[in-house]
Structures are given as structure tokens and as C-alpha cells.
Design a protein around this ligand. Structure first.
Ligand SMILES: [Zn+2]
Length: 490
């Protein structure tokens, strides 16, 4: 029920007053006084032994309508952002063995990126490395801010044959406005990759084989609200002029939107899915880039909790690629040490480690394109000191570089040619052992007849079908190295 506008805050105060019990304890009275009608950040301290126990707490809180900001199971703390009614409900309900602390308000370190700095940095990189970059405005926010993507590649001409012959990965940051470190990590992907290309060191090879798209800040309006209004703002700036409620743009994607109670229909919830699938321009910005790029892989950065999440978000559901996806998640998590040096990131699906999620970008990237997709939850708080930027981006460099090299081991490249015209063909590809049972779209070639798919080791039958029904079956064995096939269908 967080609202920026005075009108809505008045309404909230009224509701709070009505529901506030006259027999409230003095500590609740103090909380009420301190809140001044606002949503406040609270730390719920619980006694847990592992990430799965903490996941059960997070699920309980989410099901009961709390904005679960993040958690650290090592510290035994869940952070919720709620109002007086929410605090009363916590006290009345059955969450066993918890204590509650009001968390202090934090100012955001002014060195973190804002929308103007993101735009300027991307323009500077584009100007410095014109031969390795392409800058694109992929959308415009509700308040008219540009949403920017930078292609980093040795083949930056997107209409060239060389570009189309390489797989693409999309890195995105800041779906959620308050998660300020995520834009830093994604911006660093571009900066680090380009610096290395210039010096012609090891990772330069990756950019010869991949088209790397970076979108450091998707939620530009929300981030502006973080700087100007509320440091814990999460959603976009959807409103009606007199009030701003916001949509959770990471619950607004059309793939399995509103499928499993993984978001809220209430516009005052911090997980409001929006009035319809893909209703928000920020969601559409990433979607339109993805439809153009048809990504083979996708890494999305959120904060916080130190998790490596993989699809899907709905309870009990995994993907047809789960053998590969879960083992790579384990490898990624093991190489990402926790910020406090105690252990490392934890891998799992959202429904295992957090709560049910639907309409999220990770599920969209997998369900629409078959991309190998992960969501990282970085750090142990939203707005840590900027001093934590360097260690965070450094550990994530290692992770994404490892990830791209790891994917190449199982990368299958198909080039499909229509034998009657000798032209690249539009084809659909069916892959034995990969069942599409969650509403996933069929695998498809890009405009130049290429399809890229990362597969777990094993034997596969690929059925390649042209639009007029002509088809061919290709038997392949995937082991530990990339392979390419040109299929001419007569
Ligand atoms: Zn997030």
C-alpha cells in the first residue's frame, strides 16, 4: 500500500487508525508513532538452519501479503516492508519464533548510477568503442525516460550475416528500482568486456563468439523515485497523476502471466502484476529487444539474498532443460562467495528458495526462446555502501565469464537452408528429450536461418521443419564441445 502521493497516504492513515487496536502495547504505539503513515522496513529475526527453512518463512510472508524485500538465512533475518496493519497481523498470526526490529532508514550512496548516468556511460562507451558496440534505445518509460541497451560484440552490425551467425546473451539489471547494485553489475559487464577487447586479453575471445547485449537499468522511472522520493521504491511509476501506485515490471511478462498466484492483483501490493500481461512500457522494452535478438542465454540481476535462481517460478515446476540448468546453477553458486565470506550463493528455483513467482523475465526468456536463463540475487542488503561495488562486480565477472565458456561446451549451432532456393530458411526445431509442456513456444531460427541451443550431454534427435511442412531429422551427440551443422532441406 506504499504510495508516494499525499492523497493516498491520507487514505492509508485512516485505515491504520481504524484497524489499530486500543489495547495495543506501548511498543506497537511507538511503532505507530514512528511510522507517520508510511510503510517502514522491518527486520524479522527467525531461527533457521538453512536456505530452505528460510524459504518457508519467505513463502509464508509473501502469501500473507508482505513485501519480502530480501533475506539472509545466515543471519536469520528476513526484511519486510509493511505498514501498521501488517505489523499487527505479524503479531497476531502464527509465524513461530520471530522477533521484530524496525530497521533504520538508509540514504542511498550518491555514487550509485541513476538514469542520466546510465545513458551517459553507455553513450561514452559507444563513442569510445564504435567498432565493438551498438547503442539502442529499446523503449521509453511512462515518464518519458529512455531505456537503453548496448550491444558489445566484434560484429555490432545487427543486420550483418556475421552478427546473425553468433548466439546472443542478454544481461539486464534493475527491474526493481531499489536494487541499485544490479545496474552496476550489468554496466560492468560492458565496461570489463570492452576494456579486455581493447587489450586483447582472454575474455576478448568470448566477444568474437557471442553477441552480448546489456540493459543496465530497465526501471528508470522507479530509480528516479528511489533518488527523489522513497529509497525502498520497487515498482515502476504507473499512476494517474494524483497518485502513484506502480506495477511490478518483473511480474508483468506475458509468459504464464497470472498463472499461479505468483503476484498480486492489488495495485497497492509491491508485487502488483499490472492490469494485463505486458501492460508496461518497461516490460515491453526488454521484450522487444528479446524478440529481435532471440537470446540463447539470459542473466538477470536483482538484489538481494545471494541466490542463483532458475526457472520456473510456479510451485513444483521446472523446465525441460532442468538437468543442465540445475547443474550449471550449482556450479555458478559454488563460485560466488557470500559477501561476509561465510559460504557461497545458494542455487534453486524461486518456489524452492523464495515463493511462487509468475510473469517474471527469467521464465519469459526460457519459455519464449528456450534461453538458458538465471536470476542472480546479489548482496545481503539493497543499498550497501558503494565500497561493495568492486568486490560484487569482480565476483560476477568470474561467474558470467565461466557461464559463457560453460555454455559453449554444449552449444549446438544449426544453419537451415531451403534447398530449393538456396536461401536461409525459417524453421521450427523440435528436440527429443525436451518437452514443451508449460506453454513454451517452439524453437525457431533467426532471420538468417540460424538456431542456437545449449544442451546437456546426451543423444538427441532434432526435427527441423520448414513452414511448408518439409522436414528433416538430425541425430546428434552432445559431449563437451560446441558443434555446428548446416541442414539443407530439399
Ligand atoms: Zn528484484
Amino acid at each position: 500500500m506504499q504510495s508516494i502521493n499525499g492523497k493516498s497516504l491520507t487514505a492509508l492513515l485512516l485505515v491504520t487508525a481504524l484497524t489499530f487496536s486500543t489495547s495495543a502495547t506501548s511498543s506497537l504505539q511507538n511503532l505507530k508513532t514512528n511510522m507517520e503513515g508510511k510503510h517502514v522496513r522491518y527486520t524479522v529475526k527467525v531461527d533457521v538452519k538453512n536456505v530452505f527453512e528460510m524459504g518457508r518463512y519467505a513463502k509464508w510472508l509473501q502469501k500473507n501479503g508482505y513485501d519480502v524485500a530480501g533475506y539472509s538465512w545466515r543471519k536469520g533475518e528476513v526484511e519486510v516492508i509493511t505498514d501498521m496493519a501488517g505489523i499487527e497481523k505479524l503479531n497476531e498470526n502464527h509465524l513461530q519464533g520471530f522477533t521484530l526490529e524496525e530497521a533504520g532508514d538508509l540514504a542511498v550512496d550518491s555514487r550509485y548510477l541513476n538514469p542520466a548516468k546510465v545513458e551517459q556511460k553507455l553513450k561514452d562507451l559507444n563513442a569510445k568503442y564504435p567498432q565493438f558496440t551498438k547503442l539502442e534505445q529499446i523503449g521509453t518509460s511512462l515518464q518519458g525516460r529512455g531505456i537503453w541497451a548496448l550491444l558489445v560484440s566484434t560484429t555490432p552490425l545487427t543486420d550483418s550475416a556475421e552478427y546473425a551467425a553468433k548466439p546472443s546473451i542478454i544481461f539486464d539489471g534493475m527491474h526493481h528500482a531499489r536494487e541499485v547494485m544490479t545496474s552496476e553489475v550489468v554496466m560492468d559487464v560492458a565496461e570489463f568486456a570492452l576494456d579486455n577487447l581493447d587489450k586483447n586479453t582472454g575474455d576478448a575471445e568470448l566477444l568474437k563468439r557471442w553477441n552480448v547485449w546489456v540493459v543496465p537499468m530497465l526501471n528508470v522511472d522507479g530509480n528516479n523515485l528511489v533518488w527523489t522520493q522513497s529509497s525502498y521504491w520497487r515498482k515502476n511509476a504507473r499512476g494517474d497523476g494524483s497518485s502513484t501506485w506502480g506495477v511490478d515490471i518483473n511480474r508483468n511478462y506475458p509468459f504464464n502471466w497470472n498463472k499461479c498466484n505468483g503476484a498480486s492483483n492489488s495495485k497497492f501490493s509491491d508485487a502488483y502484476r499490472g492490469p494485463s500481461a505486458a501492460s508496461e512500457p518497461e516490460t515491453n522494452a526488454l521484450m522487444s529487444l528479446a524478440f529481435k535478438v532471440r537470446p540463447t542465454a539470459s542473466l538477470s540481476y536483482h538484489s538481494y539474498s545471494e541466490l542463483v535462481l532458475y526457472p520456473y517460478g510456479c510451485n513444483g515446476v521446472t523446465t525441460g532443460d532442468n538437468a543442465l540448468v540445475s547443474s550449471v546453477a550449482n556450479e555458478l553458486a559454488a563460485m560466488l562467495p557470500a559477501d561476509n565470506g561465510n559460504g557461497h550463493y545458494d542455487p534453486g528455483t524461486p518456489w524452492q528458495l523464495l515463493y511462487d513467482v509468475d510473469g517474471d523475465s527469467m521464465s519469459f526468456m526460457h519459455g519464449e526462446f528456450g534461453a538458458i536463463a538465471y536470476t542472480f540475487e546479489v548482496n545481503q542488503s539493497f543499498q550497501p555502501s558503494y565500497d561493495l561495488k568492486a568486490p560484487t562486480v569482480q565476483k560476477h565477472r568470474k561467474a558470467w565469464s565461466f557461464f559463457l565458456h560453460r555454455l559453449e561446451k554444449g552449444l549446438v549451432t544449426l544453419r537451415v537452408v531451403d534447398g530449393r532456393t538456396n536461401e536461409p530458411a525459417n524453421a521450427q526445431i523440435g528436440i527429443s528429450n525436451i518437452q514443451l509442456v508449460q506453454g513454451e513456444k517452439p524453437f525457431k531460427t533467426n532471420g538468417a536461418g540460424y538456431y542456437f541451443k545449449v544442451l546437456n550431454p546426451g543423444d538427441y534427435a532434432l526435427t527441423i521443419q520448414l513452414q511448408d511442412g518439409r522436414s528433416q531429422v538430425l541425430m546428434i551427440k552432445v559431449d563437451a564441445s560446441a558443434q555446428s551443422h548446416t541442414i539443407v532441406i530439399n
